[in-house]
Design a protein around this ligand. Structure first.
Ligand code: ADP
Ligand code: MG
Length: 267
């Protein structure tokens, strides 16, 4: 068999195996090999490495598109000196993504404009790059879509969808009040993900005010109970006095509903 025929067959094999990047790289790789005379192993390694890199890039692009992250914000862009009271160590600990591995949650609490969404997106980006399935939504969008799904008889589907990503970012809880049914939908999403997948949630309301978001303290407490059982709480106002106030509020709310004392892992 002539070299040309073998070359054509090899290209055919690569195409059949859907190794498009290796197929494209084949001709230049062979040319370079004529000059540089690499070993057989080295040659095959380099050709397949091209394919692996292309495949990783494709998957990364896919995860990025799926995530619907609304902007490109990184931790490197975050100015910690503008937030001197923010617990930087905790942010850096979250950035290791161990919390995603542990299916734990993260709550970002603070007034508008302090960088909650920025930090949530930055953690999401890190997770996308690390290979996790991430999905960004706002609390309002989540409940609107879930309510629509319930009306259209797609409840099971939509619940499966919300349970799917390894990290779900729920942005802007508390900007709009949540009537009973919407609150119950949010609760069911959170409940479904409990100990199965992480949530990063941002809110402008201190935990003591969650009763007002939900117009119902029972649902508020149930949501908080699931969310906070394995959670880090970042106060983006950074005011430690405020944090103490949140903590006391949770401590007071929890046993009333769950009969369970406050979790140890809550910082
Ligand atoms: P929030 O979600 O708390 O309302 P955002 O995250 O949307 O606030 O922040 C508002 C804008 O300010 C965004 O463009 C964000 O990137 C930027 N920003 C906020 N805080 C910081 C910071 N500490 N360092 C760099 N950019 C910041
Ligand atoms: Mg925001």
């Amino acid at each position: 068999m002539g070299a040309d025929t073998i070359y054509q067959q090899l290209r055919g094999h690569l195409a059949y195996l859907k190794l498009a990047a290796a197929a494209d790289a084949l001709a230049p790789a062979l040319e370079a090999a004529e000059r540089e005379k690499p070993g057989y192993t080295q040659f095959l390694h380099d050709l397949l490495a091209t394919e692996v890199a292309a495949s990783e890039q494709r998957r990364l692009d896919g995860r990025m598109r799926f995530s619907r992250l609304p902007a490109h914000k990184t931790l490197e862009q975050f100015d910690f000196t503008a937030q001197p009271t923010l617990d930087r160590r905790l942010v850096e600990d979250l950035a290791t993504l161990r919390f995603v591995e542990e299916k734990a949650n993260c709550l970002l609490i603070g007034p508008p404009g302090v960088g909650k969404t920025h930090l949530a997106i930055a953690l999401g980006l890190k997770a996308v790059h690390a290979g996790y399935r991430v999905y960004y939504t706002t609390a309002a969008d989540l409940v609107a879509r879930t309510s629509r799904a319930a009306m259209d008889g797609r409840w099971a589907n939509t619940m499966r969808f919300w349970a799917g990503p390894q990290l779900l970012i729920v942005d802007e809880l508390g900007y709009l009040p949540m009537p009973g049914e919407a609150a119950s939908h949010l609760f069911q999403v959170i409940s479904r993900r409990y100990e199965h997948g992480s949530i990063v949630l941002t809110t402008n309301r201190g935990i003591a005010d969650w009763g007002q978001i939900f117009e119902d303290t029972t649902v508020a407490t149930a949501v908080l109970d699931r969310l906070l059982h394995h959670a880090s709480v970042l106060s983006v106002t950074g005011d430690s006095y405020r944090m103490r106030r949140h903590r006391n509020a949770i401590a007071a709310l929890r046993p009333a509903i769950t009969g369970r004392p406050q979790g140890e892992e809550f910082p």
